[in-house]
Every structure is written in C-alpha cells, then in structure tokens.
Write a protein that binds this ligand. Structure first.
Ligand SMILES: NC(=O)c1ccc[n+]([C@@H]2O[C@H](COP(=O)([O-])OP(=O)(O)OC[C@H]3O[C@@H](n4cnc5c(N)ncnc54)[C@H](O)[C@@H]3O)[C@@H](O)[C@H]2O)c1
Length: 336
C-alpha cells in the first residue's frame, strides 16, 4: 500500500530534496502540494503533475492523504502540524520542531493523544558515517569519550524578507538553523543528552537581528565536554564541516559529513595508551579511513518514517529527541 503524501510549503527544501525523495520512494506517492505563494504553488504543482493549493485546509479536505510533509518557516510548523492532526494526518515536519521546546512538547503530546505519528527532519543521523560513528562509540572503540567538537557553517548574507533573519519567523539565527543539526547529531551519536551549555553568540558581520555565529560549549549527562561552532558568516568554500570525537582509546574525525549529502570521510583511530610515558610520544598508528556512500539522506528519512507508519506501532523517539534539541536551544538563548 502506498503512503499518500501532501506537502505544505513546497518551494524550498521540499522542492530541492524532500519531494524528489517521496517520488523516488517506491512505497510513497505525492498527491498534492500547497504553498502560500500562488506562483510557487502553481509552478510546482505543474512540475510534479499534482493538484496544488494555497490553503492547507482546502488541500487536506480535497486530497487523498495519509501523511503531510511540512517545509515552511519555523514559525508555521506547530500551527500547520496541528491543522494536519485535526484532519487525521501523520506529519513529517522540518527541523527545528518549533520556535521552542514548550510548543514542540505540546505538539508531540497532541499527536500521541490522537495516535498519529510525527517525526522531524534531522536527516544527518542517516549518513552512513554517522551510523558507523555511533556504533564505534557504543562498542567502546574509542574508549570513554571525553571531548567532542563540531563545526558547521555557510555564507548567509542579508536578504530582504528572509524569514531566517527574523527572530519572530525563524526563532533565531545560526544556532536555530545550523546548531540544531549539530546538537541532534551529537546527542544521537553519544546516545545521551546535553545538560549544560555556556555560549557566545555573535552579530559580527551581518546586520540582521538574529545571530550570525555562535560557539556553544557544553557538558552531557555523563560528563562529555564539547563545543559546537556555527557560522552564517564564513564563505561556503571555507566552510569545512567537521565532527571530532576523542576518547581514552582513540578518535573519530569526520570531515565534510555535516550537510545535505552523504559525502565526506571519517578517520577512526584505535590506539590505547598502554604504559604512562613522560615523553608524551604522539601515536604513529595509522587511522582507518571510511567514506560517505553517496546515498540520499532524505530518501532514507522518508523510508524510515513510512516504515513506522506501516508498522502501526507508535514511535515518538525522533520527535521527542527534536523536543530535547529545542530544550538545549532554549537554554542557549536564555543565557545572559
Ligand atoms: N533538513 C534540511 O536539510 C533543511 C534544509 C533547509 C531548510 N530546512 C528547514 O525547512 C524549512 C523551510 O526552509 P526552506 O529553506 O525550505 O525555506 P524557503 O523559504 O526556501 O521555503 C519555504 C517555502 O514555504 C512557503 N511558505 C512560507 N510561508 C508559508 C505558509 N504559511 N504556508 C505555506 N507555505 C509557506 C514559501 O513560499 C516557500 O516556498 C525550515 O524549517 C528549515 O529549517 C531543512
């Protein structure tokens, strides 16, 4: 049985990634799309040969639909997900789940109460190298993890009317847009929550009201220390995404794996200390290199969600994790 999909907010990441993923998933079918911008709705409706609307309620009333993908500005997520729930639909919402953890939590509880599924678009955890990193950590291959670092950046200059540059529409800047991916991913890989943060946010290069950079130092439940650097103010070509985990027996270093594609490489070194040596000799052991598989992270997400829908078994794990990410972000934005 095909899962019939409708899309709300079709013009951005939906058009670039998620609709193509729905179309290439053998078990899914796109039946209609909606965008508030009439030209976008028409252009994409014609591009994908489906009915198109500018009103979400009208689309939900007139279309065959099991699940809705929501790819709108953050401010719209919760309200539109609730409209979908009122119409008895499952929902796949883009990251972040909402403007803050309170509205995210309320949303997830509403879906639980109605027995409908909800998930959130944190696709980086499906990257084969991140799956591998999680397994290496779980298997103790780098020993006790003590120190982690993530860097994720892009160039995002002032653009008139851009919702991401407005606090009221996007909820924040580089932390809300890029930082959330890093928080979700590192909590997933470590399988534990970030419980404390100390952060610096910058308004250094661009004049918009949200932060154009942030450095977040953190501690996890078990005591792993780490930091996340996110920037809207570094040129794309100088934006070398990195994720590094260091433990008592080695390291995992990922380069170019944070992003929309299953690319990049990962170095894994297992090199336990042995005897104490005052010489502090650096290891000559060679790390093992693994490479991204070049798969489609967005397709993997769709397949994972539709599998849950078909199973009929309630599974709110990813949605709850998305709420937890917003708890960390709430903490960062409330720091003085
Ligand atoms: N997971 C990822 O890789 C990824 C990448 C980019 C964006 N995102 C997330 O996707 C969401 C959308 O971001 P984007 O970059 O696609 O934005 P965008 O501005 O490029 O596209 C948003 C689309 O929604 C439409 N829209 C605006 N308000 C609407 C409303 N009230 N109802 C219906 N349609 C409306 C716009 O006309 C536009 O077509 C955000 O939550 C963002 O964080 C995720």
């Amino acid at each position: 049985m095909h899962i019939k999909w409708c899309v709300i907010g079709a013009g951005g990441i939906a058009d670039r990634r998620t609709i193509p993923a729905i179309l290439s998933d053998g078990g899914s079918r796109l039946t209609a799309l909606m965008d508030r911008n009439p030209e976008t709705a028409e252009r994409l409706g014609k591009k994908y040969s489906v009915s198109y609307f500018t009103d979400e309620r009208e689309m939900l009333e007139k279309s065959e639909c099991d699940a809705v993908y929501i790819g709108t500005p953050v401010k719209c997520h919760v309200e539109q997900a609730m409209i979908c729930l009122e119409h008895g639909k499952h929902v796949f919402i883009e990251k972040p789940i909402g403007m803050n953890s309170a509205e995210g939590e309320k949303l997830v509880n509403a879906f639980k109460n109605e027995g409908k599924q909800i998930t959130v678009g944190y696709m980086m955890k499906y990257h084969n190298l991140h799956v591998k990193a999680k397994k290496l950590v779980a298997d103790g291959k780098i020993g006790t993890v003590n120190d982690v670092r993530l860097q994720f950046s892009c160039w995002y200059p002032e653009i008139a009317g851009a919702w991401r540059q407005s606090k009221a529409l996007g909820g924040g800047g580089a932390v809300m847009d890029l930082g959330v991916h890093c928080i979700e991913l590192i909590e997933y890989i470590l399988d534990e929550k970030i419980t404390e943060t100390k952060s610096y946010l910058s308004h250094r290069v661009f004049s918009y009201e949200v932060e154009d950079g942030g450095v977040i130092a953190f501690r996890t439940e078990s005591g792993v220390l780490g930091h996340i650097d996110v920037n809207f103010n570094l040129p794309d070509k100088a934006s070398v995404s990195k994720m590094e985990l260091y433990g008592t027996e080695g390291y995992i270093n990922c380069f170019g794996t944070l992003g929309q594609e299953e690319k990049g490489r990962m170095l894994f070194l297992h090199s336990p200390q042995g005897e104490y040596s005052a010489k502090q000799e650096r290891t000559s052991d060679k790390p093992v290199t693994y490479y991204g598989n070049g798969g489609d992270l967005y397709l993997k997400q769709i397949k994972d969600f539709t599998k849950i829908l078909r199973s009929g078994k309630p599974d709110y794990y990813y949605a709850e994790r998305a709420v937890q990410v917003q708890k960390v972000v709430d903490g960062i934005y409330s720091e003085k």
